[in-house]
Design a protein around this ligand. Structure first.
Ligand code: AMP
Ligand code: ZN
Length: 114
C-alpha cells in the first residue's frame, strides 16, 4: 500500500534499523522503544491487522512467531523471558495499519496492561 509507513520500510523508502529480513518477513527496531529490546516483526505483504488474516496468510503468522523466537535467542533474552504484543484495531490501540507484533524484553513486564 503506497501510503503505509511499514510498506515504505519494506520497500526501503524510509529508513529503519533492520534486525532480520527474508523473502516474507521484516524485523526492525521500534522508533519509540518501550524496553531495552523492542523489535517490530511484520509480514512484507500488506495485511492491515490481525482480524484481517485469512486462509493461507495464517502460515505467515507461524513464520512471524518463529522469527520472534529466533530474535529472542539472538538477543539473549530467551532464558529471562519476554513479551509479544499485537494491538488490533481501535480498542487494541493499534496506531499503524500494517500487521505487526511487538517483541519486547530486557526488563520485567507488568500485568495487566493499560
Ligand atoms: P501499534 O501502536 O501497535 O500500532 O504499534 C506501532 C508501533 O510502530 C509503535 O510502537 C511506534 O513506535 C512504531 N513506529 C511507528 N513508526 C515507526 C517507524 N518509522 N520506525 C519504527 N517504528 C515505528
Ligand atoms: Zn503496509
Amino acid at each position: 500500500m503506497s501510503d503505509c509507513i511499514f510498506c515504505k520500510i519494506v520497500n526501503k523508502e524510509i529508513p529503519a534499523q533492520i534486525i532480520y529480513e527474508d523473502e516474507s518477513v521484516l524485523a526492525f527496531n521500534d522508533i519509540q522503544p518501550q524496553a531495552p529490546i523492542h523489535v517490530l516483526v511484520i509480514p512484507k505483504k500488506h495485511i492491515s491487522d490481525m482480524a484481517s488474516v485469512h486462509g493461507e496468510d495464517f502460515l505467515l503468522i507461524t513464520t512471524l512467531f518463529k522469527t520472534m523466537q529466533k530474535i529472542a535467542q539472538e538477543k539473549g533474552i530467551e532464558d529471562e523471558g519476554y513479551r509479544i504484543v499485537n494491538n488490533c484495531r481501535d480498542n487494541g490501540g493499534q496506531t499503524v495499519g500494517h500487521l505487526h507484533f511487538h517483541l519486547i524484553g530486557g526488563r520485567e513486564m507488568r500485568w495487566p496492561p493499560g
